[in-house]
Design a protein around this ligand. Structure first.
Ligand SMILES: Nc1ncnc2c1ncn2[C@@H]1O[C@H](COP(=O)(O)OP(=O)(O)OP(=O)(O)O)[C@@H](O)[C@H]1O
Ligand SMILES: [Mg+2]
Length: 392
C-alpha cells in the first residue's frame, strides 16, 4: 500500500529526515512540504488532498505551539479523517494532551529521532485510510488552462469557461499568469488599473473587500486580474510563493478560480498554478507538434502527481474531416494513451467574439451553436451542477 505524507515544519532537518526515511520505503513519498505552520495550513492541505486523498500529515508545532495548536484545530475541523502526527519539544503531559485533543492522532518528541519517526510511520500504516472524496471540500475548484503550443485557443477557452461559471452564479476569479501574452483582459475589453503586482504588494492585508475593490470585474460578474500592461515591467514580488499565497486566499473566498496558464509549463507561476489546481485542461489542436507536445506535458503533469482524470485533453478547432496532414481523434487518443475530454469545433465565431472584446458566451443569441458547445463543455467539466455560491 502506498504511503503519502505531507510535512509542515519550519525545521529543515525534520523535513529532511522524513524525506530521507521515505526514500527507503518502496511506496513511500513526501507529496508536499510546507516550511511554516500558518493559520491557513488547512487550505493547503485540503488542496493537496485533492490530488493525494490518502495522504497523512506531519505537523511540527514547535516553532510556535500556540498558533500551531490553532492550526491543528482548524485542520481537524476541515478534514476530520486525516491522520495527523504532531511534533513538539514538550514532554509535559498536559501540553501533549492538549495537542492530541486539538486533533493529533500521534505525537513525536522534537528533535525527532529516526527510530521515533519509523515507529510513528508504522503506527500510521496500521491506521485506517482516508478515502477520496470523504471530505466535501468547501474550497474553490481551481482550473488551469494550458496550451501545448501558442495560439491553440487557451485564452479563449479560459475566458469562456470562467464566463459560463459566472453566469451560473458562481463567484469566479479569472487569473492570467501568461505574463507576456497577457491576453485575458484584451479578450474581455478591460483595461484594469491594478494588476498582480498590486496583489503581491497588498497580500498581507488582503481581504475580499480590498481585492474586489481594486481588481477588474467583467460585466458578467467574475473578477479578473493579470500581469501589468507594459512588457518591460517585471514580476516584482509576484513569484511562485506569492501566487500560492494568493491562491490560498482565493480558494477560501470564491467558488472557482480559473488560470490562463499560457503554454509554458516550466514557468514558475504556471507551476504555482498547477500546484493548486484540481483540474488541468490541456488545450491542443490536431496538428502534430501540438499532439507531440501534449505527450510531454502529460508525462510532466503525471510526475507532478496529477492523475489521468485530472488532466483533461481539449481538442480545439476540431475538424473531423481534416486531411491527412493532421491527427484524427483516434490517433490523438492512441498517441496520448488517454481519452480526449472534449472537442471544440473550428468556428469563425471565436475570432469574431475576440474582435468584439466580449466572451463568445456573453450573448447567447449571437453565436448560438458555439455557445451551446462551450456550455456543454463546461457542463461535462463541472458535472453540470453549480455548487452553492459562497456569499460575497
Ligand atoms: N475554436 C476555434 N475556432 C476558430 N478559431 C479559434 C478557435 N479557438 C481559437 N481560435 C482563434 O485562435 C486564435 C488564438 O486564440 P487564443 O488567443 O485564445 O489562443 P492562445 O492559445 O491563448 O494564444 P497565445 O499563445 O497567444 O496565448 C484567435 O485568433 C482565435 O480567434
Ligand atoms: Mg493566450
Amino acid at each position: 500500500m502506498s504511503l503519502s505524507l505531507l510535512v509542515a515544519s519550519a525545521d529543515d532537518s525534520l523535513r529532511e529526515l522524513v524525506r530521507d526515511l521515505l526514500l527507503n520505503m518502496p511506496n513511500g513519498r513526501v507529496v508536499n512540504e510546507y516550511p511554516e505552520v500558518s493559520p491557513n495550513l488547512y487550505i493547503r492541505v485540503l488542496q493537496d488532498l485533492e490530488r493525494h486523498p490518502d495522504a497523512a500529515l506531519i505537523v511540527d508545532i514547535s516553532s510556535d505551539p500556540i498558533s500551531g495548536i490553532k492550526a491543528l484545530e482548524k485542520l481537524r475541523q476541515a478534514v476530520p479523517d486525516i491522520y495527523i502526527i504532531a511534533a513538539d519539544y514538550s514532554t509535559d503531559g498536559d501540553s501533549i494532551l492538549l495537542t492530541m485533543r486539538s486533533g493529533a492522532n500521534d505525537y513525536m518528541l522534537m528533535p525527532v529521532k529516526r527510530a521515533d519517526l519509523r515507529d510513528a510511520i508504522s503506527r500510521l500504516e496500521r491506521a485506517p485510510r482516508r478515502h477520496a472524496g470523504s471530505t466535501a471540500s468547501q474550497l474553490a475548484r481551481v482550473y488551469t488552462f494550458i496550451g501545448t503550443k501558442g495560439g491553440v485557443g487557451t485564452t479563449s477557452l479560459a475566458v469562456n469557461f470562467a464566463s459560463v461559471l459566472a453566469q451560473r452564479k458562481q463567484n469566479v476569479v479569472l487569473v492570467d499568469v501568461d505574463w507576456h501574452a497577457n491576453d485575458v483582459c484584451m479578450q474581455l475589453g478591460l483595461q484594469p488599473q491594478y494588476t498582480l503586482l498590486e496583489v503581491a504588494e497588498n497580500l498581507n492585508r488582503m481581504d475580499q473587500a480590498l481585492f474586489e475593490g481594486f481588481v477588474a470585474r467583467d460585466p458578467i460578474g467574475f473578477f479578473v486580474v493579470g500581469p501589468p500592461e507594459s512588457l518591460e515591467t517585471g514580476r516584482g514580488y509576484f513569484n511562485e510563493p506569492t501566487l500560492r499565497e494568493f491562491a490560498t486566499f482565493l480558494v477560501e473566498k470564491y467558488n472557482a478560480v480559473v488560470f490562463d496558464g499560457g503554454n509554458d509549463m516550466t514557468d514558475e507561476l504556471v507551476q504555482g498554478a498547477l500546484q493548486v489546481s484540481s483540474t488541468v485542461f490541456l488545450v491542443i489542436t490536431q496538428d502534430f507538434p501540438a499532439v507531440r507536445n501534449a505527450q510531454r506535458y502529460i508525462a510532466y503533469l503525471m510526475r507532478l502527481g496529477f492523475t489521468a482524470d485530472q488532466i483533461k485533453i481539449v481538442v480545439n478547432r476540431y475538424n473531423k474531416m481534416a486531411g491527412s496532414h493532421v491527427a484524427t481523434l483516434e490517433q490523438i487518443q492512441q498517441t496520448l494513451n488517454q481519452t480526449v475530454f472534449y472537442g471544440i469545433p473550428n468556428s469563425p465565431d471565436v475570432g469574431q467574439s475576440i474582435n468584439k472584446s466580449r466572451p463568445l458566451v456573453a450573448d447567447r443569441q449571437l453565436f448560438p451553436e458555439m455557445d451551446k458547445t462551450i456550455r456543454a463543455f463546461v457542463d461535462k467539466a463541472t458535472g453540470g451542477k453549480p455548487a452553492m455560491a459562497k456569499s460575497a
